[in-house]
Design a protein around this ligand. Structure first.
Ligand code: BEZ
Ligand code: FE
Length: 312
């Protein structure tokens, strides 16, 4: 006998049918609000406000939102506002877990040739990270397995880009960024510049999975819907060079258990890399002595899109 697999998954809930009169009343309100923006001086602002109105009203109508649910949504946004300050940005976190950040990135970073794909920025970038030389160590004492990272930055025609600025930042092996310790330490971040051949190399720590901040309303929402706050292990990169589109991205660790359910939908297959673990005693690329410590190595070649010349 075939074992029962239980009841079939219900499909998406269908909105209850409303009478033609009710539907017309609701549509009249949408039209009235859309028209209220017609006089906006900026055509772009007009377009944004009218599209926002249409989509928000469509949500309320499709979901047949109750007044209690509307109040709960207001309370949720109020809580997000209360927890937000110059260090904690709950609204960006909300955008991240709804996939809106990644959708905005997709819309604004159209594929150009083999240009490297972009992903979320996240809240832990810090301006003015310490400069390191080629082959330097940006761990600055952060806990974790030493990891050698190397690669080359080029344009979409394969020409190397010398002097490209590379910012790198990551969480330590305990899943925390330096700024989360609240003690002014700087660790696991740095900035370096590509050499004449577009090459770069540095020591970091092997990335490990960690949760996004989940002690606020966004975390409570994730829990209520049975979603994990974990991010797939990653190393953040921002690569900038004159005449090229600045790339904000990460590399992810092949085999990581969270690759298929990253809490902010940031994983792209093209960004997954092998972090090959080297047994203790394996000679390091730069002769660094690591004694009986295991270390890892990876390679990330970056391709930057060219910024089209402005028409004037
Ligand atoms: C991060 O990768 O650092 C991150 C991205 C989105 C939300 C929270 C953290
Ligand atoms: Fe991160």
């Amino acid at each position: 006998m075939t074992p029962s697999t239980g009841p079939a998954e219900p499909g998406p809930a269908q909105p209850p049918a409303v009478s033609p009169e009710q539907s017309a009343r609701e549509q009249a309100l949408v039209d009235e609000v859309v028209a209220s923006f017609a006089g906006a001086e900026s055509p772009r602002l007009r377009q944004l406000m009218q599209a926002l109105t249409r989509h928000l009203h469509a949500f309320v109508r499709e979901a047949r939102l109750t007044e209690e649910e509307w109040s709960a949504a207001v309370e949720f946004l109020t809580a997000a506002g209360h927890i937000t300050d110059d260090k904690r940005q709950e609204f960006i976190l909300l955008s991240d877990v709804l996939g809106l950040s990644m959708q905005t990135i997709a819309v604004n970073n159209e594929a150009v040739g083999d240009a490297t794909e972009a992903t979320v920025f996240g809240p832990f970038f810090v301006e003015g990270a310490p400069r390191i030389e080629q082959g330097g160590d940006l761990a600055f004492g952060a806990k974790g397995q030493p990891c050698w990272v190397e690669g080359r930055v080029s344009d979409t025609s394969g020409r190397p880009i010398a002097g490209a600025r590379i910012d790198v930042w990551e969480a330590d092996a305990d899943g925390c960024y330096d700024v989360q310790y609240g003690d002014d330490r700087t660790a696991a971040r740095g900035q370096l510049f590509t050499d004449e051949d577009g090459g770069y190399r540095f020591w970091a720590v092997t990335p490990t999975p960690y949760p996004i901040p989940h002690d606020g309303p966004v975390g409570r929402m994730l829990q209520a819907v049975g979603r994990s706050p974990m991010r797939a292990a990653h190393l953040h990169f921002m690569v900038a060079a004159e005449g090229h589109r600045t790339l904000v991205t990460h590399i992810f660790v092949a085999g990581d258990e969270y690759l298929t359910h990253d809490s902010v939908f940031g994983v792209k297959e093209s960004l997954v890399r092998d972090f090959a673990v080297q047994p203790p005693g394996t000679p390091t690329p730069d002769g660094r002595e690591l004694g009986d410590t295991e270390w890892a190595r990876t390679r990330f070649d970056v391709v930057l899109a060219t910024v089209p010349a402005s028409p004037h």
